[in-house]
Design a protein around this ligand. Structure first.
Ligand SMILES: Nc1nc2c(ncn2[C@@H]2O[C@H](COP(=O)(O)OP(=O)(O)OP(=O)(O)O)[C@@H](O)[C@H]2O)c(=O)[nH]1
Length: 389
């Protein structure tokens, strides 16, 4: 069986070097004749130094979203992601198509989907649309999170620990295999991080050293308190188990150092995804479908009960109208029937109805701008809300 492409989703704090890293791995794959398929999910980025095959900016105009909905920068990014998430079926369909060999051309299907995300991590990782995008991706392809860390800025014990806790929260939220990418190793070697992650005592030593030198907190903040260092000590003990589930690599997006190791780690994590994560993900999806199915039956039962189906057959609405005298009652009945009809249409699949509304809103506002991937834009513009997967 042909190997499925691996989706590598890059997340990282603003300034960690995420975009430079994306550019570097994209370049690396091109040089090694493994042309990737690239997705940009950052609606607010002005320039991307690589060519994105699917670019959120092609279908969503972030500035227009901010203006129309009267939002600030983060709200604008979030709403843009929400609007984009309504197209996830088409995007996954497109990726699945790209993953298949094309008999009409000699082009080899990509082995990697590279995904760039907004620098505001929380907007992506903690939003419903971020979850939808990640989960949809993971239900079709092995998906790995690459968490980019600014190594020189993580050299002190407290910033290192803050970063690890953040990584921990992303891991628990996404439930996907993760690689910690210590970037900018041309400026600061990442060996210290490897030591701290594998040897608790080394972290303690560093902590004591920082305290004795009065540079606790790093970057000349100095001071700190006994309370902080004992907290960090306990944290590092607690995180031992968490570290054992992670891959860490040191890279320099500037020089290209460590990129080979990064792709080795991606391969290992993709295997882990297929072995451990996929069954769990499938179980969760099945559970949710069953829940949804149960709710649908419950709703249907309620509607039936409201309509008193199962007692004696109710006369048809028109006949009722003919039999009744009171005009007001007639109107009320008509209204009820209309509502019941609408209800029957909408309830069976709330998501689809929501998608339809989003899609209509998008079309109404003409939020269709640049065209870096014409095929995708055309696909999105032409397809209805229930386009084939
Ligand atoms: N020395 C060095 N600098 C780097 C490296 N990677 C990125 N940088 C620099 O770090 C700064 C931020 O890099 P970006 O790639 O824009 O970071 P980002 O995380 O995408 O930032 P946002 O776009 O704000 O989310 C830039 O000045 C880069 O030149 C690296 O490996 N080494």
């Amino acid at each position: 069986m042909a190997q499925q492409p691996v989706a590598v989703v890059c997340v990282g704090m603003a300034g960690s070097g995420k975009t430079t890293f994306m550019q570097r791995i994209n370049n690396y794959l091109h040089i090694n004749k493994k042309k990737p398929y690239v997705l940009n999910l950052d609606p607010a980025v002005l320039n991307v130094p690589f060519e994105a095959n699917i670019d959120i900016r092609d279908s969503i105009n972030y500035k227009e979203v901010m203006k129309q909905y009267n939002l600030g920068p983060n709200g604008g990014i979030l709403t843009s992601l929400n609007l984009f998430a309504t197209k996830i079926d088409q995007i996954i369909g497109l990726l699945e198509k790209r993953a298949q060999p094309d008999p009409s051309s000699k082009a080899v299907p990509p082995q990697h989907f590279l995904v760039d995300t907004p620098g505001q991590i929380e907007v992506f990782v903690w939003s419903a649309s971020g979850s939808i995008l990640l989960e949809s991706l993971a239900s079709s392809f092995p998906t790995v999170i690459a968490y980019i860390i600014d190594t020189p800025r993580t050299h002190s014990c407290s910033t290192f620990m803050s970063n690890m806790l953040y990584a921990c929260s992303i891991l628990y939220k996404t439930k996907l295999p993760m690689i910690l990418v210590f970037n900018k190793t041309d400026v600061q070697d990442a060996d210290f991080a490897k030591d701290w992650m594998t040897d608790f005592e080394k972290f303690q030593e560093a902590l004591q050293e920082e305290e004795s030198k009065g540079v606790f907190g790093g970057e000349g903040h100095g001071g700190g308190s006994g309370y902080m260092s004992s907290l960090l000590n306990s944290m590092s003990l607690m995180l031992e188990e968490f570290y054992s589930h992670l891959e860490m690599v040191g890279v320099s997006s500037m020089t290209g150092e460590g990129i080979d190791e990064f792709f080795d780690a991606v391969e290992r994590k993709a295997d882990e995804f297929n072995r451990d994560y996929k069954p769990e993900l499938e179980r969760r999806i099945k559970e949710r479908q069953q829940e949804k199915e149960g709710k649908k039956h419950e709703d249907l039962a309620k509607v039936m009960e409201d309509m008193k189906v199962g007692e004696k057959p109710k006369p048809k609405h028109k006949e009722q109208v003919g039999q009744r005298q009171d005009d007001d009652e007639d109107e009320e009945d008509e209204e009820d029937a209309r509502e019941a009809d609408e209800y029957a249409d909408v309830r069976p699949d709330d998501d689809e109805a929501l998608q339809r509304r989003y899609a209509e809103e998008l079309r109404r506002q003409g939020l269709q701008t640049n065209e870096s991937d014409r095929s995708f834009a055309r696909y999105v513009a032409q397809s209805g809300p229930s386009a084939p997967r």
